[in-house]
Design a protein around this ligand. Structure first.
Ligand SMILES: [Zn+2]
Ligand SMILES: [Zn+2]
Length: 305
């Protein structure tokens, strides 16, 4: 079966299709309730370049809405306070962990689960995935609920979407609290509440934004094409490391419904390894593989492994 065509007909795929205005419209979603667009907009641009998606666009055009960009600008400016609060090894460590956890939530849950349904989980699991993704400060993980009808049936997801500022707020407060606590119980670590807030929340969140933007920008410029996907998507091992697997972008455009984007053992896909771990723990199941025929014998295949 043609993976991408199938993918495009899915209701949930509309999320990804909307995300495809990509870099040019990163600040231009509709309405005023959502001040920043979902990361899904950046994570998968295939839809915008492939003709099959042309009719699904949401008509945002390239209009720039500053009311939507301001929070992003604010997030970036807040990072400059690093020069005021200073730095400590523990603050950098916490920032790195916050980056990795949320990057995994974006790629593993927002993208591979909510957008492509490449595996199954329980209703509780789905909610937890939504909360983790919301921590990435994307303001509304379902860009347009009307387009994702199968998620409308879950009131807890609608709630999460509506009050999408709550999780980021809790994370920011939690980071500040962690810094205050560490200053109290382990003063030799040299951190405090403000320093932990800036590093653990602002800097790691902005790093997460930019790590994800690479998919719709750099992953369409640098790298190798294995499949003729009718777009400029590429496979890039470096971007795959930065984004925990999303850099195998040409693979993904070729067969979007597969749980893994690194198709071979040497294509490091950390999100896939973690999802595999979750499946061993019984938290997720029915991981969709990439059929060997679609991978190795596709007529779209340009070159060997
Ligand atoms: Zn996708
Ligand atoms: Zn793309």
């Amino acid at each position: 079966m043609n993976g991408s065509r199938r993918c495009a007909t899915r209701a949930s795929e509309a999320m990804t299709d909307r995300c495809t205005h990509a870099a040019s419209s990163s600040g231009t979603p509709r309405g005023t309730a959502r001040l920043a667009p979902s990361l899904l907009r950046w994570i998968d641009s295939g839809a915008v370049t492939a003709p099959r998606h042309a009719a699904i666009g949401d008509g945002d055009g390239d209009r720039i809405d500053f009311a939507r960009i301001l929070p992003f600008v604010g997030m970036h400016l807040a990072c400059l306070f690093a020069f005021v609060v200073g730095v400590s090894p523990v603050a950098v460590l916490v920032a790195a962990i916050a980056y990795l956890v949320r990057m995994f939530a974006i790629t593993g849950f927002y993208h591979r689960y909510f957008s492509h349904r490449s595996f199954k989980t329980s209703r509780a699991g789905q909610f937890v995935f939504g909360v983790l993704g919301a921590a990435a400060v994307q303001r509304g993980f379902v860009p347009d609920l009307k387009r994702v009808r199968d998620l409308l049936q879950f009131p807890e997801l609608r709630w999460l979407d509506r009050f999408d500022i709550l999780v980021p707020l809790l994370l920011a407060v939690g980071m500040f609290g962690l810094g205050v606590l560490l200053q109290d119980v382990a003063p030799h670590l040299g951190t405090n509440g403000w320093q932990m807030l800036i590093w653990g929340f602002f800097i790691s969140t902005v790093a997460c934004y930019h790590g994800t933007y690479t998919i719709n920008s750099l992953s369409h410029v640098f790298g190798r094409q294995r499949y003729r996907t009718g777009d400029s998507s590429r496979n890039n091992w470096l971007l795959a490391l930065v984004t925990l697997g999303e850099g195998w972008h040409n693979n993904h455009h070729h067969y979007p419904s597969a749980v893994r984007q690194g198709f071979y053992w040497w294509e490091v896909d950390i999100t896939f390894y973690l999802l595999k771990l979750l499946s061993w723990l019984g938290i997720i199941w029915d991981l969709k593989p990439v059929p060997v025929a679609a991978r190795d014998r596709s007529p779209r295949r340009i070159h060997g492994p």
